[in-house]
Design a protein around this ligand. Structure first.
Ligand code: SAM
Length: 334
């Protein structure tokens, strides 16, 4: 009881200090902070619209400028192979024609076209209307597809638990703040069905925090600002090309906090950090009612394939532990 009261009192004090700071000491700062996302979405939109109009294929696939359609679509092969590798995480009996997939940042539909041949339904969102127009053009003969223009940070056009697979390639690397990427992952969790997968590409290049500590006119900006108000440099970039960077432990912390089952991370310390995670099949409510003291282990499987054999090294070496809690809760993910 005392602990709860202390936490509550601390929260009230923190709220009071922040409110005083933002409304009395720094009212402009408050306005700036609350505007940030809206302004960033506009900047991302304008920059990508310009790139799409200049040469969409070049900016989507980083090949040479002025590619023909065939050449542009052929650049998808390696990415598709990587996406296909994830499909063995679905049960072997899965009929993919009954599943739905969605791409965040679909560009002109380079990956959506081949993915439409795997999944029964394919959706894509992009911040640029020109990219959306090109994608719709490329998917015009594919009735099981839909492309939406989005605001740059959410998936509001889609219902809860309506997709089985969500993927994103070469998009989060360009997003200027970590917060927008986290928002997208929360949205992905919302629209995925329980047991659904997300596979997304991050900028995992090492983060340097020196810039903020460098003295400006003899003053260290860092020293003048209270810790709680410091926006770490990796969280605030204004560049919509070389966006925010992520440390693997930040992704792991987020997964734990937001209740994702983190399945794999590949490409550490590179701009091509692939992360795969599953939305757990069990709901939080159900898990929280379980009395773990009376549980037992019922399955240990390879996280990659769900086989009962787990390699001890290499990229496939990860285990999934499933517990049984009496007869009411068999097969609960631990
Ligand atoms: C490098 S291209 C990749 C396109 C596509 N994924 C592919 O591999 O062909 C990045 C795409 O992400 C889109 N994009 C950038 N920021 C976005 C955001 N915040 N939300 C949605 N789409 C975004 C851009 O308009 C662009 O089409």
């Amino acid at each position: 009881m005392t602990e709860a009261a202390d936490v509550f009192r601390s929260a009230c004090l923190l709220h009071y200090y922040l409110q005083t700071y933002f409304t009395v000491i720094c009212p402009v700062g408050y306005a700036e902070l609350s505007m940030t996302n809206e302004r960033l979405n506009q900047t991302m939109h304008d920059d990508w619209e310009r790139r799409a109009k200049e040469d969409a294929s070049y900016y989507a696939a980083f090949g040479r400028r002025g590619q023909e359609k065939e050449e542009f679509f052929s650049t998808a092969t390696a990415v598709l192979r990587t996406l296909h590798e994830e499909f063995c995480r679905f049960s072997p009996a899965t009929d993919f024609r009954k599943l739905a997939a969605i791409e965040i940042g679909c560009g002109p539909g380079r990956l959506m076209v081949p993915m439409s041949q795997v999944f029964g339904h394919i959706a894509g969102v992009d911040i640029s209307e020109e990219m959306v127009r090109l994608a719709r053009d490329n998917l015009v003969d594919i009735p099981n597809s839909e492309v939406h223009q989005c605001n740059g940070s959410d998936l509001r056009d889609f219902d809860d638990e309506s997709f089985d697979f969500c993927y994103s390639y070469a998009v989060f690397q360009h997003i200027p703040t970590q917060d927008i990427v986290w928002d997208y992952l929360r949205e992905a969790r919302r629209i995925l069905k329980p047991g659904g997968l997300v596979k997304a590409h991050f900028n995992g290049l090492p983060v340097s925090d020196d810039s903020f500590c460098e003295p400006v006119c003899g003053w260290s900006l860092r020293a003048a600002v209270p810790d709680c108000l410091v926006v770490p440099p990796e969280c605030y970039h204004t560049d919509t090309w070389s966006g925010a960077r992520f440390r693997p432990e930040e992704i792991a912390d987020f997964a734990k906090k937001e209740y994702w089952q983190l399945l794999s991370m590949e490409g550490f310390a590179s701009q091509y950090l692939w992360v795969t995670a599953r939305k757990p099949r069990e709901t939080l409510d159900r898990i929280s009612t379980i009395n773990v003291r009376h549980s037992g282990m019922c399955r240990v499987t390879n996280t990659w394939t769900e086989d009962a054999v787990v390699p001890c090294s290499g990229r496939f070496a990860s285990v999934t532990l499933r517990g049984c809690v009496g007869s009411h809760y068999p097969n609960v993910l631990i």
